[in-house]
Ligand binder design. Structure first.
Ligand code: ATP
Length: 291
């Protein structure tokens, strides 16, 4: 096999709680992760010239070792002494620095794809163990689906799948640094922890009403203080019929959960008209795991 094409899917957090901070700066979290069908297209090709070449449609992304896709490829090439060169093409659609794990999902796809084209024979667990050295969300991006993530995000328990629904994603035109958001959170008291168990129960009961009523994200307050546009988008989504709306990860992407596709589309139109952002998508949740 000389070439492989992959879809690197994004995620939202149905719930995000922070339990504490470790000595090394990492945080203990309890998150319900959900894969959504918004993806970057990734092509990995063997090439004659040695080394790793990265090409992308976004001029502002690094194409060296600062790109997570590069780091993922390098990790396996070093460990397995792969002599061939490779080129990686990233066609990015997942918003960048947006709380949707775009970079982590690219790294996950590259680990998965390199394992295939070089016949390394690594299991999913073995890929995930390597993935966590690149980023806390990488193991989840390898696993995909509806998952409880604990530890620093790498202790994963699959949950009952998210019932069918439509997700409206809206990314306001601001970039958020995950690191800074967590630092600001450390200097504050967490007043209210989200009901992660309520989300899990809602998933078990397949009750979209209970899942959405239990949604919560402790990072939201931190990011909203800096970017009030997040609250405006949330309110627009709720007024337009979302069961609930919330910020994903450290933001600034906001998602709304809808039962009806046409309502989700009408809400997307509303957000564009109010000029809060032009970057909006209506997508399905994605529950199939990796094969
Ligand atoms: P998370 O949800 O895990 O916090 P995020 O959506 O906040 O992720 P990313 O989109 O993964 O953030 O990217 C954050 C930073 O990482 C960007 O500033 C970008 O320059 C860098 N980066 C490195 N590699 C990639 C990649 N392959 N795709 C996107 N960003 C990348």
């Amino acid at each position: 096999m000389d070439r492989i094409e992959l879809k690197a899917l994004g995620k939202i957090n149905l719930g995000l709680d922070v339990l504490g901070r470790r000595e090394n700066g990492y945080h203990d979290v309890r998150m319900v992760m959900q894969t959504v069908y918004l993806y970057d297209q990734i092509t990995i090709k063997k090439r004659r010239r040695s080394g790793i070449g990265i090409e992308t449609n976004l001029y502002y992304l690094p194409v060296n070792e600062n790109n997570l896709a590069y780091r993922a490829a390098k990790l396996l090439m070093d460990e397995f002494r792969i002599e061939d060169g490779i080129s990686i093409r990233l066609n990015k659609h997942i918003p960048v620095a947006a709380g949707m794990a775009g970079g982590s999902s690219n790294a996950a796809a590259v680990l998965f794809g390199m394992n295939r084209i070089f016949g390394l024979g690594l299991t999913m667990e073995e890929l995930m163990k390597r993935g966590v050295t690149l980023g806390a969300d990488v193991p989840y991006c390898i696993m995909r689906g509806t998952v409880l993530a604990e530890g620093i995000g790498e202790v994963l328990t699959p949950l009952a799948p998210m019932p069918k629904c439509f997700v409206l994603l809206a990314k306001p035109p601001v970039a958020v640094s995950t690191k800074l958001v967590y630092e600001k959170l450390d200097s504050q008291e967490i007043e209210k922890h989200p009901d992660i168990d309520g989300i899990i129960e809602g998933l078990e009961e397949q009750s979209l009403a209970k899942i959405t009523a239990s949604m919560g994200n402790v990072l939201e307050r931190v990011t909203v203080l800096e970017y009030p546009v997040i609250d405006k988008i949330k309110n627009t989504m709720k007024t337009a019929g979302a069961l609930n709306a919330m910020m994903s990860g450290s933001g600034p992407t906001v998602f709304g959960i809808f039962e009806d596709k046409n309502r989700a589309r009408a809400a997307a139109q509303k957000i564009k008209e109010t000029q809060l952002t032009k970057q909006v998508y209506v997508v399905n949740v994605h529950n199939a795991g990796r094969k």
